[in-house]
Design a protein around this ligand. Structure first.
Ligand SMILES: Cc1ncc(C[n+]2csc(CCOP(=O)(O)OP(=O)(O)O)c2C)c(N)n1
Length: 558
């Protein structure tokens, strides 16, 4: 074994763990690490604000399936990633954050740029840990990478006091990572599977609800196979969008507050609801009283604590979605299925809503979203920001391959879409990446465009500029007698010109045909483009379930 500094041990361990990119911003506590990174093959991607760097690492993680790494300095660097860490944690994305810290002899003295980031992030991380001995660095880094990307994935934060990175210790990469009490259940119990199968094969009106767990475990193919085997209409949560291709005849689309009619009418009528990798967020269920009131719920999840949390299950299966689905499919194939009497055919009754003919051919957000789909190959990655445009995308963007639609579902973080797209491009340089943003969210993190340009991650950003904080304005129009408060954003800033100053190509097309041709040019280009679309400030996203109401209490614009 050789002696080396904590800083070098940290970098060597990251290299051995297969880390390709580190996103972040430096500072006093990170000087030794950034110096050593000059000699590493890991690509360091300098950011412009730590929140953006954290979202980049999150986007990278969601696309690569590997942990995304963000590295920031102590104090304000660390507090600036809190939103990024919480966003990743709530969406079960494997983000590993490394924070610099003041030296151990200064910890607790309110030293310059000292903050107790372990305390701050305790409730928004899967695990956090302060390394106090350089010899522990390989163990801590390996443990962090492992915890973030196993079981239910999530955010990890590791705090690195400066002296720990400067001091020397024996470097032992092969140190065993034994974590007492950490035993994620991957393989489902075969008895639980047997009980579930009995219920499933006798179902008359089976419906599947797939969540982000299906995407995270790469089980889209198995989910689709199960749906076909049962001829079961299949809805998804927002995070599960794409688990089954949007254009599959059994796809109901997303369910919930801005769910499609197919999903919101058929989920409540199920007699057996098969839920895979979904946590029953309130945005997915609406009022629990109206959510599948007659269904026997079979809840399958990798995280035992999600089962019976919001919705009582009758059968509980703990395990990784892919393993659970493989086991189910194998068992169901050996059974005789009940005749569901054409139950799935009801899907057609609801499909008329949300279809293109409803929106004509003029310039409106659903048509822009559809034009984005038409301009992209099936493996292109779309990220969204948060607001009306996000829900329009959830309703109208057809996801053809699982894992190609990325969004901040749990925390609903405005400002996520653009930096996450940069991280996605870093993970998949050969694929097209488009961020769909509102003007509000774009303005929160648009400075990251400079990273896309200067670090050569060519992406396309579509800014749907309605000059309003649109989603809030929609709630005010619908539920506050139309009194608009705190939502007006008719700023003097010109996003097209602003984007040019960051070095991006930027255009403001004015008709659908111009939008379509700009989209085609942008996605084929090897540089970043911002397409600003001046959209209608009075547009509402429909369908919508008013807050607190049930899935069938659907508001439309008729
Ligand atoms: C960081 C953050 N701040 C505030 C909110 C609350 N919020 C949710 S949607 C929304 C409006 C978003 O406006 P915009 O980005 O312009 O998108 P639009 O709804 O107009 O499509 C706001 C303020 C949020 N989700 N995230």
């Amino acid at each position: 074994m050789t002696k080396t500094t904590g800083s070098r041990a940290y970098i060597k361990t990251l290299e051995n763990e297969g880390v390709t990119h580190i996103f972040g911003i430096t500072g006093a506590a990170l000087i030794p690490i950034c110096d050593d990174l000059l000699d590493s093959k890991i690509r360091y991607v300098p950011g412009v604000h730590e929140q953006g760097s954290a979202h980049m690492a999150d986007g990278y993680a969601r696309v690569s399936g590997k942990p995304g790494v963000v590295q920031v300095t102590s104090g304000p660097g660390a507090t600036n990633i809190v939103t990024g860490v919480a966003t990743a944690q709530l969406d079960s994305s494997p983000l590993v954050a490394f924070t610099g810290q003041v030296s151990m002899n200064m910890v607790g003295t309110d030293a310059f740029q000292e903050v107790d980031i372990i305390g701050v992030t305790a409730s928004i991380t899967k695990w956090n840990y302060q390394v106090r001995d350089p010899a522990m660095i390989p163990w801590a880094v390996k443990a962090g990478m492992h915890i973030s990307n196993t079981g239910r994935k999530g955010a990890v934060l590791i705090d690195l006091p400066k002296n720990v990175t400067q001091e020397e210790a024996e470097f032992d990469y092969d140190v065993k990572v034994e974590l007492e009490g950490y035993r994620p259940v991957i393989q489902p119990d075969s008895k639980e599977i047997d009980i579930a199968v009995k219920m499933i094969v006798n179902a008359k009106r089976p419906v599947i609800l797939a969540g982000g767990g299906v995407i995270a475990s790469g089980a889209g193919k198995e989910l689709t196979e199960l749906a076909e085997l049962l001829m079961a209409p299949t809805a998804t949560s927002l995070m599960g969008k794409g688990a089954i291709a949007s254009n599959h005849p059994l796809s109901l689309g997303i369910c919930g507050m801005h769910g499609r009619h197919e999903a919101n009418y058929m989920v409540p009528d199920a007699d057996v609801l098969l839920v895979v990798g979904s946590r029953f967020s309130d945005r997915t269920t609406g009022s629990l009283a109206g959510f599948a009131p007659n269904a026997k719920v079979i809840h399958m999840d990798i995280d035992k604590s999600e089962i019976d949390k919001n919705v009582d299950a009758i059968i509980r299966v703990v395990g990784d979605a892919k393993h659970v689905l493989v086991a189910l499919i194998k068992r169901i194939k050996a059974e005789r299925l009940a005749n569901p009497n054409g139950w799935h055919k009801h899907i057609e009754e609801f499909k008329q809503y949300c279809e293109p003919n409803e929106y004509g051919s003029g310039l409106n957000t659903p048509n822009v979203i559809r034009a984005i789909r038409e301009a992209l190959p099936s493996d292109a990655i779309v990220t969204t920001d948060v607001g009306q445009h996000q829900m329009f995308a959830a309703l109208h963007y057809d996801v053809l391959e699982p894992g190609t639609f990325l969004t901040s579902g749990g925390l609903g973080t405005m400002g996520w879409g653009l930096p996450a797209a940069i991280g996605a491009k870093a993970a998949a340089p050969d694929r097209k990446v488009v961020a769909i943003c509102g003007d509000g969210g774009f303005h929160m993190t648009e400075n990251n465009l400079t990273v896309a340009v200067d670090e050569d991650f060519p992406i396309t950003v579509v800014v749907l500029n309605n000059r309003l904080l649109g989603m809030v304005a929609q709630w005010q129009r619908l539920f506050m007698n139309g009194r608009l408060a705190a939502v007006d954003r008719n700023y003097t800033v010109n996003y097209t010109e602003l984007s040019k100053t960051y070095g991006a190509h930027a255009v403001r097309p004015e008709s659908m045909s111009e939008i379509k041709s700009e989209l085609r040019r942008a996605v084929d280009a090897d540089y970043s483009t911002v397409i600003e679309v001046l959209s209608d400030p009075n547009e509402n996203v429909y369908p919508m379930i008013p807050p607190g109401m049930g899935l069938k209490d659907i508001l439309t614009d008729d």
